[in-house]
Design a binder for this molecule. Structure first.
Ligand code: ADP
Ligand code: NI
Length: 213
């Protein structure tokens, strides 16, 4: 494996030590694996995809608000490696484009960015996606479900980040929108299977919520 990629894995392993908010090391490694798989099929440049995937959350505004704007953590790591300035800029550009921001989300302008954004979004879907959503909801003191609070769709970036909705609403406010936002056919295919599984989960959840058996 690429030596810089190896170093980046060790960097994120120590960076995320002790974090359990769903932006953890295991999430980063799943995004790395999914992005690698998509990049190979889509013929994207592997080193750029892999480094952007590994570093995509080290300046996340929820975890590290004071480094988010300038991507200080990612840049400090990348500058410590023997990389071309253009490669560093491309990776940082991808990281700024990856995040979900309601209807203000952006479509990456390179195939490498598309692979990383798709991989990050795929990890919000499926069984792991369900678990991450409830882990996030618990950590942020949100109710799992409230039939009196309807989901808000079409939120702007500001509305999305201010929202105090329930975790089940998050499925409608974000998770079920992701399949149609995938950039690559490879990711869309994986997303379809994961969404189908989640729809079954929500149906069952609502059935049991009412005390039915
Ligand atoms: P991204 O990686 O696209 O920036 P986020 O930081 O918004 O995604 O979310 C990280 C994880 O936390 C995802 O699995 C997401 O579904 C979950 N999450 C984010 N916001 C909420 C919420 N309001 N309720 C439940 N889960 C959430
Ligand atoms: Ni992420």
């Amino acid at each position: 494996m690429d030596l810089v990629v190896n170093d980046a894995i060790e960097y994120v392993r120590s960076f995320f030590e002790g974090d359990f908010t769903g932006h953890d090391f295991s999430h980063t490694m799943r995004v790395f694996s999914l992005a690698t798989k998509i990049a190979k099929i889509e013929n994207a440049r592997l080193q750029i995809v892999q480094l952007a995937a590994l570093l995509h959350d080290v300046d996340d505004r929820k975890l590290s608000p004071h480094t988010t704007e300038e991507l200080i953590n990612a840049r400090t790591f990348l500058k410590s490696q023997n990389l071309d300035e253009s490669v560093i800029e491309h990776i940082c550009h991808i990281i700024t484009q990856v995040s979900f921001k309601g209807k203000d989300s952006v479509t990456p302008d390179t195939i490498e960015g598309m692979c990383v954004q798709d991989a990050d979004r795929l990890d919000a879907l499926g069984a792991v996606g369900i678990a991450r959503a409830f882990a996030y909801g618990g950590a942020n003191h949100r109710a799992m479900y409230d039939p009196l609070v309807p989901p808000a769709v079409n939120m702007s970036e500001e509305e999305y980040f201010q929202s105090k909705s329930t975790t089940l609403n998050h499925f409608y406010e974000k998770l079920f929108l992701l399949k149609d936002m995938m950039n690559t056919p490879t990711a869309r295919y994986i997303a379809e299977k994961r969404e189908e599984y989640m729809k079954g989960f929500v149906e069952r959840f609502l059935f049991e919520w009412e005390g039915k058996s």
